[in-house]
Design a protein around this ligand. Structure first.
Ligand code: ZN
Length: 178
Protein backbone atom coordinates (compact mmCIF):
# COMPACT_ATOMS: atom_id res chain seq x y z
CA UNK A 1 0.00 0.00 0.00
CA UNK A 2 1.17 3.45 -0.81
CA UNK A 3 -0.07 7.00 -0.80
CA UNK A 4 0.18 8.30 -4.36
CA UNK A 5 0.83 11.87 -5.42
CA UNK A 6 -2.31 13.65 -6.58
CA UNK A 7 -1.99 15.52 -9.87
CA UNK A 8 -3.18 19.13 -9.68
CA UNK A 9 -5.14 21.28 -12.12
CA UNK A 10 -2.91 22.68 -14.82
CA UNK A 11 -1.19 19.34 -15.33
CA UNK A 12 -2.00 18.06 -18.86
CA UNK A 13 -2.47 14.52 -17.51
CA UNK A 14 -5.82 15.65 -16.05
CA UNK A 15 -7.01 16.60 -19.54
CA UNK A 16 -6.23 13.33 -21.33
CA UNK A 17 -8.90 10.84 -22.24
CA UNK A 18 -8.12 7.70 -20.26
CA UNK A 19 -7.88 4.39 -22.10
CA UNK A 20 -10.12 1.40 -21.60
CA UNK A 21 -8.73 -1.41 -19.45
CA UNK A 22 -8.61 -4.72 -21.33
CA UNK A 23 -7.68 -7.01 -18.49
CA UNK A 24 -7.94 -6.68 -14.72
CA UNK A 25 -4.68 -7.99 -13.35
CA UNK A 26 -2.72 -7.81 -10.11
CA UNK A 27 -0.99 -4.56 -11.02
CA UNK A 28 -4.40 -2.94 -11.54
CA UNK A 29 -5.63 -4.34 -8.21
CA UNK A 30 -2.56 -2.88 -6.51
CA UNK A 31 -3.21 0.49 -8.15
CA UNK A 32 -6.85 0.38 -6.97
CA UNK A 33 -5.72 -0.37 -3.43
CA UNK A 34 -3.24 2.50 -3.46
CA UNK A 35 -5.92 4.81 -4.85
CA UNK A 36 -8.28 3.87 -2.02
CA UNK A 37 -5.57 4.61 0.50
CA UNK A 38 -4.71 7.91 -1.19
CA UNK A 39 -8.39 8.95 -1.27
CA UNK A 40 -8.93 8.17 2.41
CA UNK A 41 -5.73 9.95 3.39
CA UNK A 42 -6.54 13.12 1.42
CA UNK A 43 -9.41 12.88 2.63
CA UNK A 44 -11.78 12.62 -0.29
CA UNK A 45 -14.85 10.66 -1.35
CA UNK A 46 -13.65 9.62 -4.80
CA UNK A 47 -10.55 9.41 -6.96
CA UNK A 48 -9.94 8.63 -10.62
CA UNK A 49 -6.73 7.09 -12.00
CA UNK A 50 -5.80 10.19 -14.07
CA UNK A 51 -5.63 12.08 -10.76
CA UNK A 52 -2.65 9.94 -9.80
CA UNK A 53 -1.15 10.27 -13.27
CA UNK A 54 -2.40 6.96 -14.69
CA UNK A 55 -4.39 7.36 -17.94
CA UNK A 56 -6.63 4.32 -17.47
CA UNK A 57 -10.38 4.01 -16.84
CA UNK A 58 -10.40 3.17 -13.14
CA UNK A 59 -12.19 4.99 -10.29
CA UNK A 60 -12.59 4.48 -6.57
CA UNK A 61 -15.41 5.87 -4.43
CA UNK A 62 -15.96 6.00 -0.70
CA UNK A 63 -19.00 7.91 0.50
CA UNK A 64 -19.57 7.23 4.20
CA UNK A 65 -23.08 6.50 5.43
CA UNK A 66 -25.09 9.68 6.04
CA UNK A 67 -22.45 11.85 4.37
CA UNK A 68 -23.93 15.11 2.99
CA UNK A 69 -27.39 13.50 3.16
CA UNK A 70 -29.09 12.19 6.24
CA UNK A 71 -30.09 8.51 5.99
CA UNK A 72 -28.12 7.97 2.78
CA UNK A 73 -26.45 4.57 2.64
CA UNK A 74 -22.68 4.47 2.37
CA UNK A 75 -21.02 3.53 -0.90
CA UNK A 76 -17.54 2.06 -1.38
CA UNK A 77 -16.61 1.00 -4.90
CA UNK A 78 -13.81 0.21 -7.28
CA UNK A 79 -14.99 0.41 -10.89
CA UNK A 80 -13.14 -0.50 -14.07
CA UNK A 81 -14.33 1.09 -17.35
CA UNK A 82 -17.36 2.72 -15.67
CA UNK A 83 -20.02 4.02 -18.02
CA UNK A 84 -23.32 5.78 -17.31
CA UNK A 85 -26.04 3.77 -19.01
CA UNK A 86 -29.10 5.44 -17.50
CA UNK A 87 -29.60 8.85 -15.95
CA UNK A 88 -32.46 11.01 -14.80
CA UNK A 89 -33.30 14.21 -12.97
CA UNK A 90 -31.14 17.24 -12.47
CA UNK A 91 -29.81 18.72 -9.29
CA UNK A 92 -27.44 21.52 -8.40
CA UNK A 93 -24.92 20.86 -5.67
CA UNK A 94 -21.55 22.01 -4.38
CA UNK A 95 -18.50 20.06 -5.49
CA UNK A 96 -14.82 20.16 -4.85
CA UNK A 97 -11.94 18.13 -6.24
CA UNK A 98 -8.71 16.78 -4.78
CA UNK A 99 -6.97 18.08 -7.91
CA UNK A 100 -8.31 21.61 -7.32
CA UNK A 101 -7.73 22.02 -3.59
CA UNK A 102 -9.45 24.87 -1.82
CA UNK A 103 -12.21 25.49 -4.35
CA UNK A 104 -15.87 24.53 -4.55
CA UNK A 105 -18.57 25.41 -7.04
CA UNK A 106 -22.15 24.58 -7.87
CA UNK A 107 -22.45 21.86 -10.50
CA UNK A 108 -25.59 20.50 -12.16
CA UNK A 109 -25.67 16.70 -12.22
CA UNK A 110 -28.14 13.92 -12.88
CA UNK A 111 -29.99 13.07 -9.70
CA UNK A 112 -29.93 9.32 -10.38
CA UNK A 113 -27.61 7.21 -12.49
CA UNK A 114 -27.04 3.57 -13.37
CA UNK A 115 -23.39 2.80 -14.03
CA UNK A 116 -22.13 -0.27 -15.84
CA UNK A 117 -18.56 -1.38 -15.11
CA UNK A 118 -16.23 -4.27 -14.38
CA UNK A 119 -15.18 -5.07 -10.85
CA UNK A 120 -11.74 -6.25 -9.80
CA UNK A 121 -12.82 -9.87 -10.39
CA UNK A 122 -13.39 -9.08 -14.07
CA UNK A 123 -17.15 -9.36 -13.62
CA UNK A 124 -19.83 -7.06 -15.02
CA UNK A 125 -21.54 -4.97 -12.38
CA UNK A 126 -24.35 -2.43 -12.47
CA UNK A 127 -24.51 0.23 -9.79
CA UNK A 128 -27.58 2.36 -9.12
CA UNK A 129 -27.01 5.53 -7.17
CA UNK A 130 -28.84 8.74 -6.49
CA UNK A 131 -28.20 12.05 -4.78
CA UNK A 132 -24.70 12.67 -3.53
CA UNK A 133 -23.37 9.21 -4.44
CA UNK A 134 -24.61 9.69 -8.02
CA UNK A 135 -22.87 13.07 -8.06
CA UNK A 136 -19.55 11.52 -6.99
CA UNK A 137 -19.82 8.83 -9.68
CA UNK A 138 -20.47 11.45 -12.39
CA UNK A 139 -17.56 13.57 -11.13
CA UNK A 140 -15.14 10.61 -11.21
CA UNK A 141 -16.28 9.35 -14.61
CA UNK A 142 -15.77 12.89 -15.96
CA UNK A 143 -12.11 12.67 -14.88
CA UNK A 144 -11.70 9.70 -17.26
CA UNK A 145 -12.66 11.98 -20.13
CA UNK A 146 -10.44 14.86 -19.00
CA UNK A 147 -13.37 16.89 -17.65
CA UNK A 148 -13.09 18.79 -14.37
CA UNK A 149 -15.99 20.02 -12.24
CA UNK A 150 -15.07 23.66 -12.91
CA UNK A 151 -15.87 23.02 -16.60
CA UNK A 152 -19.43 22.19 -15.58
CA UNK A 153 -20.05 25.12 -13.24
CA UNK A 154 -22.71 27.15 -15.04
CA UNK A 155 -22.90 30.06 -12.62
CA UNK A 156 -19.25 31.04 -12.16
CA UNK A 157 -20.20 33.27 -9.19
CA UNK A 158 -20.76 30.08 -7.19
CA UNK A 159 -17.05 29.21 -7.52
CA UNK A 160 -15.54 30.06 -4.19
CA UNK A 161 -12.51 29.46 -2.06
CA UNK A 162 -12.86 27.36 1.04
CA UNK A 163 -10.31 27.68 3.81
CA UNK A 164 -7.95 24.72 3.85
CA UNK A 165 -7.67 23.07 7.23
CA UNK A 166 -4.13 23.48 8.53
CA UNK A 167 -4.45 20.36 10.69
CA UNK A 168 -6.62 17.41 9.84
CA UNK A 169 -8.89 16.12 12.54
CA UNK A 170 -10.58 12.82 11.88
CA UNK A 171 -13.97 13.98 13.05
CA UNK A 172 -13.77 17.14 10.98
CA UNK A 173 -12.47 15.53 7.84
CA UNK A 174 -15.56 16.18 5.81
CA UNK A 175 -14.41 18.16 2.80
CA UNK A 176 -16.47 17.16 -0.20
CA UNK A 177 -13.41 16.79 -2.34
CA UNK A 178 -13.45 14.13 -5.02
ZN1 ZN B 1 -12.09 15.42 -8.91
Amino acid sequence: MAILEIVLEGDPRLRQKATKIRQVDDSLRKLAQDMHETMLDAPGVGLAAPQVGVPRRLIVVHVPEGYEEEDAPGLTLTLVNPEIVKAQGRELGLEGCLSIPGWVGEVPRFDAVTVKALNLDNRDVRIKAHGYAARVLQHEIDHLDGILFVDRVEDKSTLQRVPEEPERHEEEARDSAA
